[in-house]
Design a protein around this ligand. Structure first.
Ligand code: F6P
Length: 383
């Protein structure tokens, strides 16, 4: 298509997160003001498969900046090139339903589609681009694991929610002289756990990128007891695993393109700490509360800036690109570049060094126990 698009579609795919509505608002308001028509697709790619597409007016996207969730609905089980349909005998079979999607896209008169989503949504987009659809991507996820962007909106709000929960667990841990193990989301990336744990001054941080040794974690708890700290807080990412061990799977969702749902590692960690140390321990899984609520100011600004950049890309006919932030600037890269890749925490990330230097233990090396932070004569730390 050479001339400027006249009708655009917007969908939100994958797990929801705070800031989705802010992006919808930014794209739609800029487009409507520019004289374009805007259609909303319900429930991510599912609405495109099932032809659930409706016009969005200025009134539809007004007053939604601060609202969590998505006015369009979302779905993390519908990748058009790998879509699960009933096999007729109680099971499921995978089908490529892209022809149906292409037909619905053209029937709706769409010139371009803005897909707001994470790695799964961008992988789905790459497969639709192969079939000739014009797509512009906007990266979202609380996990902050999308390749090529330093930040995704939704992450900051999730970090704030998780930090608040860790702060609150400090007081009850202190009252009962317990070890409290809090499990946070993030799949195979530890960004959410790392940032929330650092913000809360958490003693032990277990992330998927750094396999931990249970005896090191237990010794850290005992070291804190020896120096008179009657409690320990452990933050564990849902994808974390012990050295040589496996991730803990909560459930397998057959119909999902990424069927594994992680969850439960905090219970293993708390049980093991209690067994090894004799210290009373409790586990809690913070769960989907991390995806809820009103976006932080930072996420509202980021979502609006990302949404506006997506509008600029589509007006310029720069299809097949996803908005990213690199070196603090908003730009874009080809969607194909981010599809099927995730950005995890590099072991040499400066945040890890800062956390270690301020007394956090990642459970990976005994050296972290032989630091001034853990010796009985050390001054009490802030937390
Ligand atoms: O990717 C976002 C996320 O919240 C992950 O952190 C988590 O592992 C997963 O989605 C949970 O998925 P569901 O909503 O299907 O349980």
């Amino acid at each position: 298509m050479s001339e400027q698009p006249r009708r655009i579609g917007i969908l939100t795919g994958g797990g929801d997160c705070p800031g989705l509505n802010a992006v919808i608002r930014a794209v739609a308001k800029a487009a409507l003001a520019g004289g374009l028509e805007v259609l909303g697709i319900e429930d991510g790619y599912l609405g495109l498969i099932e032809d659930r597409i409706r016009p969005l007016s200025y009134a539809d996207v007004s007053g939604i900046l601060t609202r969590g969730g998505t006015i369009l609905g979302s779905n993390n089980r519908a990748n058009p090139s790998d879509y699960a349909v009933p096999d007729g005998s109680g099971g499921w079979v995978r089908r490529d339903v892209r022809d149906q999607v292409v037909e619905n896209y053209h029937d709706a008169g769409l010139d371009v589609l803005v897909v707001i989503g994470g790695d799964g949504t961008m992988s789905g987009a790459a497969k639709l681009i192969e079939r000739g659809l014009n797509i512009v991507g906007v990266p979202k996820t609380i996990d902050n694991d999308l390749w090529a962007t330093e930040i995704t909106f939704g992450h900051d709000t999730a970090v704030a929610t998780a930090t608040d929960a860790l702060d609150k667990i400090h007081t009850t841990a202190s009252s009962h002289h317990r070890v409290m193990v809090m499990e946070l989301m993030g799949r195979n990336a530890g960004w959410l756990t790392l940032r929330a744990a650092m913000a809360s001054g958490t003693d032990v941080i277990l992330i998927p990128e750094i396999p931990f040794r249970m005896e090191v974690v237990a010794e850290k708890c005992l070291a804190r007891s020896r120096k008179g700290k009657g409690f320990t807080i452990v933050a564990v990412g849902e994808g974390a695993a012990a050295v040589g061990g496996e991730q803990t799977v909560d459930k397998v969702i057959e119909t999902s393109p990424e069927p594994v749902r992680l969850g439960g590692v905090s219970h293993h960690v708390a049980d093991a700490i209690e067994k090894i140390t004799g210290l009373e321990s409790r586990a809690m899984i913070l769960g989907h509360v991390q995806r809820g609520g009103s976006p932080t100011a930072r996420d509202r600004v980021l979502a609006t800036a990302f949404g506006y950049h997506a509008f600029e890309l589509l007006v310029a006919g720069r299809f097949g690109h996803v908005v990213v932030e690199q070196a603090g600037a908003i730009t874009s890269v080809p969607i194909a570049e981010v599809a099927d890749r995730v950005r995890t925490v590099p072991p040499d990330d400066p945040l890890i060094a800062a956390a270690r230097a301020t007394g956090a233990c990642f459970g990976d090396e005994t050296e972290c126990l032989d630091t001034p932070h853990n010796r009985p004569d050390a001054q009490p730390s802030a937390t």
